[in-house]
Design a protein. Structure first.
Length: 106
């Protein structure tokens, strides 16, 4: 049987702190957290049919949609979704000014 190696986790806090000093890491964590809130603002029928895909310059969030019908329906809800997203955006200090619903990204 092979030798079992153990790691001392006492210094893990300093490693995490140093990772969070990296601006790209902070940005990635903030975006991932924001993407996790997507289902909380959606009407129930769209929750498994759309998901955040990426961010474009200028605060445009690209949303992957199951098909063009879902993309069209979500575009009708755009103003409501932006309004519901505001508290999450303020907490994360991010800006989303628009959504782009794209069935090709699914």
């Amino acid at each position: 049987m092979g030798k079992v190696l153990y790691t001392d986790f006492e210094g893990i806090d300093s490693i995490i702190d140093s990772m969070m000093d990296n601006p790209q890491m902070k940005k990635a964590v903030a975006r991932t957290t924001l993407y996790n809130f997507w289902d909380k603002i959606l009407p129930q029928k769209f929750q498994k049919r759309s998901k955040p895909f990426s961010m474009l310059p200028g605060g445009v969030m690209v949303i992957a949609c199951e098909n063009p019908v879902i993309a069209q329906e979500l575009s009708l809800y755009k103003v409501m979704l932006l309004k519901k997203f505001e508290p999450y955006l303020k907490t994360l200090k991010m800006q989303v000014k628009d959504f782009r619903f794209d069935p090709k990204k699914w």
